[in-house]
Design a protein around this ligand. Structure first.
Ligand code: ADP
Ligand code: MG
Ligand code: ZN
Length: 481
């Protein structure tokens, strides 16, 4: 088969911000720059001014070690930083402090699910490094902008660079890896990956035997999938024409949906790596590593297993919940408050709420829609006040408006009419207005359905159908006698 002859090989370099920390990697500036005015989270250190000295944020190192332990990697015995030189406006020092000779972590792996079953993606290394600043193009792109602006708020934010072995064989596997990694770093409290730019991936891709191409600039997992699919087609087309893909760096243009050649990449020598003289090597005590191992939180695989056992969820449902920490937390909080059928609750979250949450990167969770809201919806369902269809309809309002479901039910006129006194009036009206149907129903019980249907219509679907039917039958019975 052609597919066997042309195996696709993918390796990823993922950058994840440690944005859970108060401060940046080497200074005390706030790492929370989202929504902050440009260049308001800066100091001489992260601007690279002469004479300023970096001080390593210990907590960032602890988080890196925890990630290393979580994926079963080997923690370096010594913490070392190196300088990587390049000249670009987003890098005020003209070098980035990163790790080259001795990364904080080597080895380890992350398990993903593929169509063929479970598979381990090996990790080559994890580096701690600083994020560059952000270049803003007022026209949207370099080509359409007469000038560029630089915002150094991001400059110096702690990053983890995770480099995989080339173990992925399809765009789907690459996305599965990214999703799993995201969930792991969320559970470790490293990253709120819902924040823009918090997780960025470069993808290396080749067709077996050919040169590899590095695709940069891909934001979002669906874009990763599209960019890789495009590259596979492009490289296969070249091979089919008897040409060979060149070893190069390309950019993903999300608007035109193509990869385009980028500047030729520096070789290792061009970066002129050297040990960072302002940060002398520091031994990493084994006791520290053991302490960090003991305080590792529950990780996604274990949590998924627990959700299946504790709440009786289906595996696929548990998998969706655990794919984002905030979603799994939300489910468990709502389940505690509701203490009813947790499977029903989980299905409601995964099938209905998630529909409306996706576009907003789950941000409304806990902010607009609260666990007690969802617990209330479940109770309204259980007590027959609302129908399943109405519960589905509530999902959109919950997510977009964050209003208490009790209020929504009133506002939308959802409350079921189960009160026999109120319904009996409606039933009598319907019987009076449909004499022919009444005559039919008196002869043939099947014709009662029509009358019940009329009661439902009269109440715009709010009548409790069981009560309505009983009342119609009672009223007909009275007529007989
Ligand atoms: P560099 O130092 O130039 O970035 P590396 O050897 O460190 O190169 O590899 C970078 C990334 O490229 C890694 O994620 C690795 O898995 C991936 N990679 C290596 N070889 C291949 C290949 N033949 N096809 C696809 N990806 C590859
Ligand atoms: Mg590299
Ligand atoms: Zn600073």
């Amino acid at each position: 088969m052609v597919d066997d002859a042309e195996r696709v090989i993918i390796g990823l370099e993922v950058h994840i911000q440690i944005n859970s920390l108060e401060s940046k990697l080497f200074c005390s500036c706030s790492s929370d720059y989202h929504g902050a005015g440009p260049n308001t989270r800066i100091c001489p250190v992260c601007l690279g001014l002469p004479g300023s000295l970096p001080v390593t944020n210990e907590k960032a190192v602890h988080k890196a070690i925890q990630l290393c332990l979580a994926i079963g990697g080997r923690v370096a015995p010594v913490l070392r930083f190196d300088r990587k030189h390049y000249f670009y406006p987003d890098l005020p020092k003209n070098y980035q402090i990163t790790q080259y000779l001795e990364p904080i972590c080597r080895g380890g792996s992350v398990e993903i699910e593929t169509r063929k079953g479970a598979k381990r993606i090996r990790i080559r290394r994890i580096n701690i490094e600083e994020d560059p600043g952000r270049i803003v193009y007022p026209g949207g792109s370099p080509h359409s902008s007469p000038y560029a602006l630089v915002d150094y708020n991001r400059s110096g934010v702690a990053l983890l660079e995770i480099v995989t072995e080339p173990d992925m064989e399809s765009p789907d596997e690459a996305v599965a890896f990214l999703e799993k990694l995201r969930s792991i770093v969320e559970h470790l409290g490293i990253c709120d990956c819902g924040l823009e730019g918090a997780m960025r991936a470069d993808a290396n891709i080749s067709i077996e035997g050919g040169e590899r191409v590095e695709v940069k600039n891909i934001t979002g997992f669906t874009e990763v999938k599209k960019a890789l699919a495009y590259e596979i087609t492009r490289q296969r087309d070249l091979l089919a024409k008897g040409q060979r893909p060149r070893r190069e760096t390309r950019h993903w243009d999300a608007v035109r949906r193509v990869t385009l050649p980028a500047r030729t990449k520096e070789t290792e020598e061009d970066y002129r790596y050297m040990p960072e003289p302002n940060l002398p090597p520091a031994p990493i005590p084994r006791e520290l590593v053991e302490k960090l191992r003991e305080t590792l939180p529950e990780l996604p695989d274990a949590r998924m297993k627990r959700l299946v056992e504790q709440y009786g969820l289906r595996r696929e449902v548990a998998k969706v919940l655990v794919s984002r920490k905030v979603l799994a937390d939300f489910f468990e909080d709502a389940a505690r408050i509701y203490s009813g059928d947790a499977r029903r609750l989980a299905n409601y979250l995964v099938n209905d709420l998630l529909n409306w949450l996706k576009d907003e990167e789950l941000r409304p969770l806990y902010r607009r829609v609260r666990p007690e809201h969802v617990a209330k919806v479940m109770r309204l369902l259980d007590s027959g006040v609302i129908s399943i269809r109405q519960a589905k309809e509530l999902a959109e309002h919950l997510v977009k408006r964050g209003v208490d479901p009790e209020k929504l039910v009133e506002e939308l006129g959802f409350r079921r009419i189960a009160d026999p006194e109120r319904l009996r009036e409606v039933v009598r009206k319907v019987l009076k207005e449909n004499p022919k149907a009444v005559r039919d129903a008196l002869k043939n019980p099947k014709a009662i359905n029509f009358l019940v249907g009329m009661v439902m219509r009269e109440t715009r679907g709010r009548a409790d159908p069981v009560v309505a039917r009983r009342l119609v039958e009672e009223e007909l019975e009275k007529m007989k006698s």
